[in-house]
Design a protein around this ligand. Sequence first.
Ligand code: NDP
Length: 390
Amino acid sequence: MRRISILGATGSIGQSTIDLIKRDRDAYDVVALTGGRNVAQLANDAIALQAEVAVISDESQYGALRDALAGSGVVAASGARALQEAASRPADWIMSAIVGAAGLPPGLEALKHGTTLALANKESLVTAGPILMQRAADHGARVLPVDSEHSGIFQALIGEDIATVERIIITASGGAFRDHPLDRLNDVTVAQASCHPNWDMGQRITIDSASMFNKALELVETKEFFGVRSDQIETIVHPESLIHALVGFNDGALMAHVGPPDMRHAIGYALHWPDRRALPVDRLDLAQIGQLNFRAPDPARYPALALARRVMEEGGLAGAAFNAAKERALDAFIAGEIGFMDMARVVCVTLDKMSARDGLQNATMTLDTVLDIDRLARIRAGEAIKMTGH
Ligand code: NDP
């Protein structure tokens, strides 16, 4: 039996992971499941999977979780410390699927114990890629990519020498507004931004897909995970979302990863790695699909992509500032405080201020400095939001 834990079990990735686990229930011992605020979902799954412990991050929900788990044999816990404790429990495989920078500390904790980390939480690599990869190396732990693009790149690289890679192309659907009139983009609503044309995902990543902040995070994630230069990484709009990524080699060959837009493929691949097992995802009918389309991303529509280039070039703590400013700007958009295109303006102003004043490039990267910059960037982004507010 493999011992597994799921951080962010109540979210979209967490639920897809649980779906796969439930289909092969006897193969797994579930150690810990964690959620942010959704007590009902967490308790249901923890009981169904007979987890050792269920952790709800929001401490005010502890009583509700304890009551929901009464008599089930599942231990209830809450708060940041309990989350770290859950990540430190002996396990063979941990899914890191908390959204945002909050996913970084428990992921690092899991690696300290040599646990294989299936990494959906891209923010960990964007904010602290070098720390995360070093932590894994120090403890002989494996990080497996779960983002569909990165899983695709990882699979295209099997048996290949990374030195022969010329370029990596990650595809983007273009999000909810790829054909929306540019001059009306700032006025789109949260509800409109929360609908993805192809993928069914959590609200935050769906809005980030519409703004391409999600792709911006993925560019940085690619650089950190695969150790390639930023000028080797490209993005292309591919409205069908069937090709997830392509790797270009020095002989001109392009290896593409093609599959249906269903996260259970990338999750299942990481779950069974290094084996390939049957997965309950649709098989593509290429004749019915007929054609695949590609277009260059419009920089005016997707300013987040240029910001990602800047972050990759600056390096250091720029990723932590970028991600925190993006998270704060996204909160403000969801709360109706700023318009859709204002998110990129807020992030840009925050980076300008912080690069000049707070020495993002030259600061030493430790978990503490990353968390300090994260806090500071949220404050600076808050100031920028006040100036921008509509
Ligand atoms: P969701 O918003 O659906 O779920 C997020 C999870 O994190 C939930 O379990 C939520 O708990 C929990 N959570 C939220 N805030 C906190 C916090 N401060 N502390 C602890 N737990 C918290 O997100 P997704 O599943 O869509 O995404 C998860 C991660 O995977 C993100 O980093 C995303 O970028 C990445 N990813 C997602 C993909 C997708 O298809 N969804 C694809 C590729 C990557 P609760 O709901 O109980 O409040």
